[in-house]
Design a protein around this ligand. Structure first.
Ligand code: RIB
Length: 322
């Protein structure tokens, strides 16, 4: 069976749904809910529901949040490899506006205690993976070790460099075969590694040739999938590594959705992309991106993060040619 390993964060999300996101100095009333989240866990749930046998490597506290993660991993059939941390399980405070937009503050807690040694102890699972996926709500040295071990055993690596203020080093980029930033993350990486000064708001409207040049400068040896929200995404391959595609760069439109909550939409995209790459490796890369885009669109039609992830069958039912 196709195997995906996800390394990363688990958070208990505390969510307030408000008419509009609060501005500085403002106090608003909102509808409160709580549920499972964390970019890592959201991606692991997405990979599992999209049909891949999934292992999730993380760090959890000995508390209700940790027990929530363990219970949900078991009910989703996820092979959980959790470092038992003395810190409390990670948390996130999330505001969601009526238009589905959000802003998030995380309390890393146990997530900050994931170590390269704990990751290395999961080496057998990583070596058995077809695709290894990580993001950056966990210490960068642990994520570098995850992707380094994956590359050493021939697994494909996907790095989602989120959040934008995370410490994404050159060494980390070097072990990413596929990099999946959103506009803000892409602009931050260009500024840090290429001396670029690009306004994230201009990327969706930028011409393909220029976007391709920026992607090639940032990740000369890998593929960049730049996610652009409602504008879909842009794919840029190295010219001699087209991954089954016929073009080195192209746009993929976003799938139509009745948006309720965009929290975790990027995670949905990444988990589904990893699962698709693992399950049907012979498909052209564009087909994986199209599946991931559709999967992410469906996730925005439900409230919450991990709880909003659809099943592969839901995608097939909604998009019959999928
Ligand atoms: O990407 C969405 C996630 O970011 C939320 O679930 C929250 O926990 C933060 O990690």
């Amino acid at each position: 069976m196709s195997r995906v390993v996800v390394a990363g964060s688990f958070n208990v999300d505390h969510v307030w749904h408000c008419a509009a996101l609060p501005r500085a100095g403002e106090t608003l009333a909102g509808e409160y809910s709580t549920g499972p989240g964390g970019k890592g866990f959201n991606q692991a749930v997405a990979a599992a529901l999209a049909g891949a046998a999934t292992t999730f490597v993380c760090a959890l506290g000995d508390d209700d949040g940790g027990r929530l993660a363990r219970g949900l991993a078991a009910s989703h059939g996820i092979d959980l490899r959790a470092h038992a941390s003395e810190e409390p399980t990670g948390t996130a405070g999330i505001y969601v506006g009526d238009d589905g937009s959000n802003s998030i503050v995380i309390g890393p807690g146990a997530n900050a205690t994931l170590t390269p040694d704990f990751v290395a102890a999961q080496g057998v699972a990583i070596a058995a993976a077809d695709v290894v996926l990580a993001q950056l709500e966990s210490p960068v040295d642990a994520i570098v070790e995850t992707l380094r071990l994956a590359r050493a055993s021939g697994a494909h690596t996907v790095l989602n460099p989120a959040p934008a203020n995370a410490d994404c080093s050159r060494g980390l980029l070097a072990v990413a075969e596929v990099l999946t930033p959103n506009e803000t993350e892409f602009a931050a990486l260009l500024a840090r590694h290429c001396g670029g000064d690009v306004d994230p708001g201009t990327l969706a409207g930028m011409d393909r040739e220029r976007l391709h040049r920026l992607c090639r400068t940032l990740l000369p040896r890998g593929t960049v999938v730049l996610t652009l929200g409602a504008a879909g995404c842009f794919v840029s391959h190295r010219e001699d590594t087209l991954r089954g595609d016929t073009q080195a760069h192209y746009r993929c439109p976003a799938a139509a959705a009745k948006v309720v909550d965009t929290t975790g939409a990027g995670d949905a995209f990444n988990g589904a992309l990893a699962a698709s790459l693992a399950r049907v490796p012979a498909q052209p890369f564009a087909a994986h991106v199209r599946f991931a885009s559709r999967y992410a669109a469906l996730s925005t039609e439900r409230p919450g993060a991990a709880a909003a992830m659809p099943r592969a069958e839901d995608v097939a039912a909604r998009f019959p040619d999928a």
